[in-house]
Ligand binder design. Structure first.
Ligand SMILES: Cc1cc2nc3c(=O)[nH]c(=O)nc-3n(C[C@H](O)[C@H](O)[C@H](O)COP(=O)(O)OP(=O)(O)OC[C@H]3O[C@@H](n4cnc5c(N)ncnc54)[C@H](O)[C@@H]3O)c2cc1C
Length: 141
């Protein structure tokens, strides 16, 4: 038995196969920075429901037909979560002292923004100011 794990990171480009579609933890749909997956599962479930209903009505549950789910989910959630993953990777590279420097200048709102993949230019600006250019580059700046 494997229990209590949260699949942070490792978002999947393809989450469907013939007659099969994955939602939630089963396809790593969690926020990579804080591990929250309830809202992600609900959002993906809503998208999946629409695509599955359409596929059943058309009597076509092939991977090709279900592939619309990949496209919609990546546009609505995946692309944003990839940014969040990069923010987490940036924080993982920091030393305790660097973290302490950042905490002095970032607000709670900034941190909430980072967990949503927004506010990245501000994070990059702070990283550059504190001579963490390599880390800033890793999030695309
Ligand atoms: C300790 C912990 C704390 C967490 N805290 C938060 C939080 O505060 N906020 C947040 O948003 N997320 C949190 N998460 C993550 C969140 O719980 C999951 O991301 C979310 O529940 C995923 O939903 P799901 O429907 O994909 O999977 P699950 O909720 O795991 O549901 C899968 C279901 O499938 C059932 N199942 C498995 N195998 C079979 C089988 N062969 N046949 C039939 N049924 C089967 C399981 O029993 C389970 O009921 C936490 C996770 C953990 C482990």
């Amino acid at each position: 038995m494997n229990a209590g794990c949260v699949p942070v990171g490792g978002l999947m480009k393809n989450m469907v196969a013939d007659g099969m579609l994955g939602v939630g933890d089963a396809v790593n749909q969690v926020n990579p920075i804080h591990g929250g997956g309830i809202a992600e599962s609900i959002t993906a479930g809503r998208i999946a429901g629409g695509v599955i209903a359409k596929a059943i009505a058309a009597k076509d549950c092939s991977a090709k037909a279900l592939g619309e789910y990949n496209k919609i989910w990546w546009k609505e959630r995946g692309d944003g979560l990839v940014k969040v993953e990069k923010v987490r990777e940036a924080f993982e590279q920091m030393s305790d002292d660097q973290m302490n420097d950042l905490i002095d200048v970032l607000s709670g709102e900034d941190l909430v923004g980072f967990s949503k993949g927004t506010n990245l230019p501000k994070l990059a600006k702070v990283l550059i100011k504190y001579k963490m250019k390599g880390i800033a580059r890793s999030i695309g700046f």
